[in-house]
Design a protein around this ligand. Structure first.
Ligand SMILES: Cc1cc2nc3c(=O)[nH]c(=O)nc-3n(C[C@H](O)[C@H](O)[C@H](O)COP(=O)(O)OP(=O)(O)OC[C@H]3O[C@@H](n4cnc5c(N)ncnc54)[C@H](O)[C@@H]3O)c2cc1C
Ligand SMILES: Cc1cc2nc3c(=O)[nH]c(=O)nc-3n(C[C@H](O)[C@H](O)[C@H](O)COP(=O)(O)O)c2cc1C
Length: 763
């Protein structure tokens, strides 16, 4: 086979080697613009797993690479005059130049032709080859030449970075250094890669970069400025650049590259040309090397080149997407890091270590138990005001809002049961809520309980608008207080345009087959083509609804609820006022966000005035309409939360979506938690996170990283009312209260859990 590898980085060289090892008869040329010892960049980090893959693919070069490795175990974070050090992370580093030289020598020995100092400019010279591999990096010309087929999507990320080196070795830890300047924060990622050199990547926001004048500096001036900024950690050593071939200052923005397809006819993309992963997760070289091995293998095991390219693309693209998802989390964390600079060093360090969401709480325990326990004790001290003697998982620490003290951080999220009769909660609700209160959660929230018959979503929804409702709710609340140490909140809402619809397990959100009632909304905008057109509310309607909320709050207080949540999410009445998708009013209740928030805030103030000042109020919002800039964006949610905070709301329950049929949510583990994180850390208000949080590990990492104060779990509590008690047993925590009649069950569960494997997630 005649193969042209265009680009002599790790991907192109390793592919040439892997092909020759499989068949020495292949005729392979590697085309590279640089000279052999002339390469941009300093050290790269590789994992033990990658080295094992290299050893299996080519023991000879793997041994050379292994010998060139330097190892370290710790991560050190310099931040606000402190250094936090954790261990067990296990990295190895190698100089990029050294790696390439090893691969060049190996390729040459195997008979690969290395054609240096040759610019690739279009595919014409390579027409006669059986296979053309585009391994020419992030700015690939091969990719551009066949852009119509590869359909690249290039996202230029926000931060500025420069890749430098230094003889200050940083040989004891992978080191992050955060420095505050008069123009904002700037940070370095530093790690050793050979006996006397370390990589030193400097990164900052564009605003800081401009403020510090880097925009107009030469490379020499940039280096001098960085040496001044990081002097405390450089110990008198200089910073160095080897990007002399780059014009200007050598500062770059990272390009996230994604391609719709990776192969077209006999041209195939590899490594950074096909997909990039941000340097802060340090896996781009790994991706390129492992793709090279995979393609060489499939070309020799699949029946045809077409089959080989298809299999390569299927498998490697999935792998790249998985890595890019972690890389995106990490990139965004650094882009938004200014949000976290108010955090204590312990929490800041934890948030940094878990930023890609590949490393969980229990992974950290496995890496460095002592450090994690000290962090847990710090968290507990903040929660209780007293220094504990031993660590407990963050989810089992108490939380206070006004005079309400929750025993732990787990919340049974509101969930409609559709079992009410004319708004009356029935025995179903009694058993359902009582079971969940017995199950260990600190707070149980009722389903959306409607402030009027018209305000119900379905005929099966509960209400708080008749004396018998109040009595039925009181029976439930009294049980919870008498028999458990959980607290109970009522969620009050009005369905607005999504009212008069079928039960959840029928056709959700669709009108009733018969017996529909009139619905109203801020504007005459129907939920869907099938739903009735709501009546646009008058001022008198608004006053009536406000009075209904006040009446329901008064009844909830008499029924003994500990807390009240206002449902301003999911497209129901208040949410329909907040989102511009359904609020088209031209009066003072429509238009800009302040106007759209006017009625929801008016209702909040009216409710707050009758709700006891010792008891907190939360508001649930949809922090993202998932329709882009036409609807509520996470940035708008920050502004909403700011208004709620100013109004005196105690905690924001950060949900998302269900406000538009056009929504395109991006699901995943904890997928709404970033909105809670942003609100909590930008606005400075307590938050509850919700949405696909289902493992104790999720709850602990969200709390410990300061991404929320409480975690709501909905579906997990449908499957398991005792989720919290089970989590305690799984984590070996014995401080939770079990109902006395169940103590024998507790003892058995803890005994059995003790025999089980500890809960860990793979990195
Ligand atoms: C600051 C920074 C730090 C990083 N740290 C790590 C890390 O710690 N660990 C890790 O695994 N990865 C890291 N990476 C990523 C890693 O460098 C890349 O993912 C990896 O090099 C990709 O290999 P590649 O062979 O696909 O492309 P490249 O290494 O980019 O190689 C492409 C080659 O093609 C050549 N070329 C390009 N265009 C032409 C042309 N027109 N004509 C001729 N030749 C051309 C280039 O000179 C180059 O030699 C880092 C990246 C950056 C930017
Ligand atoms: C059956 C069911 C009913 C729900 N009813 C409500 C409700 O009444 N009020 C509300 O705010 N959210 C309601 N939700 C949304 C949940 O509270 C939660 O936000 C959502 O299910 C995501 O959390 P999860 O991934 O833990 O299930 C409901 C969810 C389910 C599954």
């Amino acid at each position: 086979m005649r193969v042209a590898c265009l680009g002599g980085g790790p991907g192109g060289l390793y592919f040439a080697i892997a092909m020759k090892l499989r068949d020495a008869g292949h005729e392979i040329v590697v085309v590279e613009r640089n000279r052999p010892y002339d390469t941009f960049g300093w050290g790269v980090v590789l994992s033990d797993e990658t080295l094992a893959n290299l050893r299996a693919a080519d023991p000879a070069s793997a041994e050379e690479i292994r010998r060139a490795f330097v190892y370290w175990d710790d991560i050190a974070v310099f931040y606000r005059g402190t250094v936090t050090r954790s261990s067990g992370h296990g990295f190895s580093g190698i100089g990029r130049k050294r790696l390439l030289n090893i691969l060049q020598e190996r390729a040459r020995a195997l008979g690969v032709e290395l054609r240096f100092e040759t610019e690739i400019d279009g595919l014409e010279p390579y027409r006669g080859y059986d296979l053309v591999v585009g391994a020419d990096g992030m700015n690939s010309k091969v990719r551009n030449a066949v852009a119509h087929a590869f359909k690249p999507d290039i996202d230029v990320r926000l931060a500025k970075y420069i890749w430098l080196g230094t003889h200050r070795k940083f040989d004891d830890a992978f080191t992050f250094i955060f420095e505050e300047t008069e123009h904002g924060w700037i940070w370095a990622h530093a790690y050793q890669f050979d006996a006397d050199t370390a990589t030193f990547i400097v990164e900052c926001s564009e605003a800081t970069w401009r403020g510090l004048g880097f925009e107009h500096m030469s490379q020499e001036e940039t280096i001098a400025a960085c040496e001044r900024i990081f002097a405390a950690n450089l110990g008198g050593h200089r910073l160095m650049t080897n990007a002399g071939h780059l014009r200007g200052s050598a500062w770059l923005n990272f390009n996230r590259v994604l391609c719709r397809t990776w192969s077209h006819d006999n041209v195939v993309l590899m490594g950074d040309a096909a997909a990039t992963a941000h340097f802060s997760v340090g896996s781009g070289t790994k991706l390129a090397l492992e793709s090279a091995i995979a393609l060489a293998e499939y070309l020799h095991t699949e029946p045809s080149m077409g089959d080989a390219l298809r299999r390569y693309e299927d498998e490697r693209r999935t792998e790249a997407l998985r890595l890019q998802s972690a890389a995106r989390n990490s990139t965004e964390w650094f882009e938004e890091v200014e949000r976290y600079f108010h955090l204590d060093p312990v929490q800041f360090n934890y948030a940094l270590l878990t930023r890609s969401q590949r490393i969980s709480h229990e992974n950290l325990r496995a890496r460095d138990k002592a450090w994690l326990e000290s962090a847990e004790m710090w968290f507990e001290e903040r929660a209780t005001g007293a220094r504990p003697n031993s660590a407990r998982p963050p989810m089992f620490t108490p939380f206070r809002l006004r005079d309400l003290q929750l025993k732990n951080r787990v919340v049974v999220s509101p969930m409609a049961q559709y079992r009410a009769v004319d708004g009356m909660p029935t025995d179903w609700h009694f058993v359902h809520l009582a079971e969940r209160a017995k199950g260990g959660a600190g707070l149980v929230v009722t389903e959306m309980t409607c402030v009027s018959a018209q305000g119900r979503i379905t005929p099966g929804c509960t209400g708080m608008y008749a004396a018998e409702h109040e009595r039925a709710w009181k029976r439930i609340v009294d049980f919870v207080h008498a028999e458990t140490d959980a607290k109970i909140a009522i969620q009050l809402g009005h369905s607005g345009p999504k009212g008069s619809t079928q039960l959840g397990w029928e056709t959700m959100d669709a009108p009733l087959p018969h017996g529909n009632w009139e619905v109203m909304a801020p504007s005459a905008v129907a939920w869907s083509r099938d739903n009735q057109l709501p009546r646009q509310m008058t001022r008198a309607d608004m006053e009536e609804v406000r009075a209904q909320f006040v009446r329901a709050a008064e009844m909830a207080e008499r029924a003994g609820f500990d807390m009240l949540e206002l449902h301003y999410a999911h497209g129901y009445l208040m949410s329909a006022f907040i989102t511009p998708l359904t609020n088209r009013r031209t009066d003072e209740f429509g238009g800009g966000l302040e106007n759209r928030m006017r009625f929801p805030l008016e209702v909040f103030h009216a409710v707050r005035a009758v709700w006891p000042s010792a008891k907190p109020i939360s508001v649930r919002i949809s922090a993202n309409d998932w329709v882009g800039a036409d609807g509520i964006t996470p940035q708008d949610a920050v502004a909403i939360a700011r208004l709620l905070k100013e109004a005196g709301v105690d905690i924001v329950d950060v949900s998302a979506g269900q406000t538009s049929q056009a929504a395109r949510p991006v699901y995943g583990r904890m997928f709404q938690t970033p909105f809670s994180d942003r609100i909590r850390n930008e606005v400075g208000i307590a938050t509850m996170a919700v949405g696909n949080i289902y493992e104790p590990d999720h709850v602990n990492s969200i709390l410990m990283a300061g991404r929320a104060d409480l975690c709501c779990l909905a579906r997990p509590h449908l499957a398991d009312p005792y989720w919290t008690l089970h989590a305690a047993a799984q984590l070996g925590y014995t401080g939770e209260t079990w109902p006395k009649p169940y103590l024998a069950g507790r003892d058995q569960l803890h005994r059995l859990a003790g025999r089980a494997e500890p809960a860990t997630e793979r990195v």
